[in-house]
Design a protein around this ligand. Structure first.
Ligand SMILES: [Zn+2]
Length: 444
C-alpha cells in the first residue's frame, strides 16, 4: 500500500468472546510489527480504540444450529450468552462503520502505482541484463574489427613497400653523324606490328613498313698504321659509310606493379568496408548505452518511489538480481567479460541510486523525485526506446498480468475515474450497494 493508506487501516479481531471481547495477546506482536514499520519507513499506523474492533460470530453459529433441520437445543443461560455476543459484535460493527464513514477515501491509484512500480522494477531487470550483454557484445565486435583494420593497415604498408618496381624504358633518337662501319657484320632487328610504335615519334612513316628493320653495326677501327679493321670479322671487313643513325638509349624509371596495386586496392576496399561496419557498431553501442542508462535511471527512480511511499520496506530487486547474475558467472568461470559487464552495470546502478538518494534527502519531504503519475509516464518513455522498447513492453505486460491480471486498458479505467466505460463509477456503485445492504442488515 501507498503510505497514504495508513490512516485508513483498521484491525479486526475475531473469535474474541473467550477474551471478554478484548484484543488481548494479539496486541503484543501487532505493536511490534507497527513499531518496525514506523522505525524503518517512518509510517505511523495508529493502534487506538478507533482502529481496533473485536467481534465474535457465535450468534451466527447459534442461528444456524437452532434451524429445524439441525434441531439443536440451548439452555436459557446459553441463549443469553449468544444474545450478548450478538449485541457486542453488532455494536462493534456499527462503531467500525461510523469510523470508516469519517475517513477520506484512499486514492487507489496511489497504491496501484506502488504495486505497478514494484512489478516494473522486477520485470525490468531482465531487459536490463539483456541490453547490457548486447552492449558488451558490440564492444567486442568493435574491438575485433579494429584489430582487423590494424592488420589491413599493416598489410597495406608492406604492399606499398613493393608497389613501385624499377623498369628500363628504351627510347630511340636519330643521330646524324658520319661513321665508317663493317658491312659484313650488320645485325638486323625486325620490329613488327605494334612493336613499331616506339619509332613513331622519330620516323612517322614507320607504320608503312612491316617489318621495320633497325640495323646494328660494328664500327671500324684504325690500327697504328692507319689501316681499318673490324673487331668482329678481322680482315674480312667491308667498309661502308653512313651519316644517319637510329640510336637507342635506356631510361630507368619506377612504375607501379600491377599485381601489387590490385592487391592493395582490394585490401583498401576491404578495410574501408570494415571501417564502415565499425562506425555502424559505434553508433549502435552509443544508442544501446543510452537506453541502458535510461533503464537504470528509471529503475532507481522506481526504487526510490517505492521506498519513499510504500508502507512495507522495499526490497531492491535490481540490485539483488544483478548480484545473483554476478554470482552465477563467478561460479561458472566461463565468461569473465560477462561477469565484469554485470559488475559495471551494478556499479552504474549503485551510483545512480546514490545520486537519487542525495536528491531525495535534499528535497522537501514530499518531493522525492517521482510522483505516482510519473511512474506511468516513465514507463511510456521506456516503451518508446528504439532498440529495447519492444522487450520492455513485453516485460511490462508480464508485470501487469502479475499485478492485476488485467490489460493496460483495464488498468486505465481504474486510473481515470471518467474513462470511456465509467468502470470506476461502476465499481464505486457496486461497492456502495454492498455497503448499504450490510448497513441495513446490521442497523435495521
Ligand atoms: Zn666485320
Amino acid at each position: 500500500f501507498h503510505r497514504s493508506a495508513a490512516d485508513n487501516i483498521v484491525f479486526c479481531f475475531t473469535n474474541t468472546s473467550g477474551y471478554e471481547f478484548s484484543v488481548s495477546e494479539t496486541l503484543t506482536p501487532l505493536s511490534e510489527l507497527l513499531r518496525q514499520i514506523s522505525e524503518n519507513q517512518n509510517v505511523e499506523i495508529p493502534l487506538k480504540r478507533h482502529t481496533m474492533y473485536a467481534y465474535d460470530n457465535m450468534a451466527y453459529r447459534f442461528i444456524c444450529a437452532v434451524q429445524p433441520e439441525y434441531g439443536c437445543k440451548f439452555s436459557v443461560n446459553q441463549e443469553a450468552l449468544y444474545s450478548k455476543s450478538y449485541s457486542i459484535s453488532r455494536n462493534e460493527t456499527q462503531r467500525m462503520l461510523e469510523h470508516i464513514k469519517t475517513l477520506k477515501p484512499h486514492r487507489a491509484r496511489d497504491s496501484i502505482s506502488i504495486n505497478y512500480a514494484r512489478s516494473v522494477v522486477l520485470h525490468m531487470t531482465e531487459p536490463l541484463a539483456m541490453i547490457n550483454s548486447t552492449v558488451q557484445q558490440t564492444i567486442e565486435k568493435i574491438a575485433e574489427r579494429q584489430k582487423l583494420v590494424a592488420d589491413f593497415h599493416n598489410d597495406e604498408e608492406k604492399l606499398r613497400e613493393i608497389l613501385m618496381k624499377p623498369i628500363k624504358l628504351v627510347h630511340w633518337k636519330i643521330e646524324t653523324d658520319t661513321r665508317i662501319y663493317c658491312k659484313a657484320c650488320i645485325v638486323e632487328t625486325h620490329y613488327r606490328g605494334d612493336q613499331r610504335l616506339q619509332f613513331v615519334g622519330i620516323t612517322p612513316n614507320v607504320m608503312d613498313e612491316d617489318p621495320f628493320v633497325v640495323r646494328d653495326v660494328t664500327y671500324l677501327k684504325k690500327d697504328e698504321n692507319g689501316k681499318y679493321f673490324c673487331d668482329n670479322c678481322d680482315q674480312n671487313y667491308k667498309k661502308a659509310v653512313n651519316s644517319m643513325w637510329l640510336v637507342s638509349f635506356t631510361e630507368e624509371k619506377e612504375e607501379e606493379d600491377v599485381t601489387v596495386a590490385t592487391d592493395l586496392k582490394e585490401k583498401l576496399n576491404k578495410r574501408q568496408g570494415i571501417e564502415q561496419q565499425i562506425a555502424v557498431n559505434q553508433k549502435l553501442k552509443t544508442e544501446l548505452e543510452l537506453e541502458r542508462d535510461t533503464i537504470v535511471k528509471a529503475s532507481t527512480k522506481f526504487a526510490y518511489f517505492l521506498n519513499l511511499y510504500s508502507i512495507a520496506p522495499y526490497n531492491d530487486a535490481t540490485e539483488k538480481y544483478l548480484k545473483q547474475l554476478i554470482d552465477k558467472e563467478e561460479k561458472m568461470e566461463i565468461d569473465d567479460k560477462k561477469r565484469k559487464s554485470y559488475e559495471q552495470l551494478l556499479g552504474k546502478y549503485l551510483v545512480e541510486k546514490e545520486v537519487l538518494s542525495k536528491a531525495v534527502k535534499n528535497a522537501p519531504a514530499d518531493a522525492g523525485g517521482v510522483q505516482a503519475a510519473d511512474v506511468i509516464e516513465i514507463v511510456q518513455d521506456l516503451k518508446s526506446l528504439r532498440h529495447y522498447g519492444k522487450d520492455i513492453e513485453k516485460a511490462l505486460v508480464a508485470a501487469q498480468k502479475a499485478n492485476f491480471g488485467d490489460s493496460e486498458e483495464d488498468l486505465e479505467y481504474h486510473f481515470h475515474p471518467f474513462g470511456p466505460r465509467h468502470r470506476y463509477q461502476q465499481c464505486q456503485r457496486k461497492y456502495e450497494n454492498v455497503l448499504k445492504k450490510s448497513w441495513n442488515y446490521i442497523v435495521g
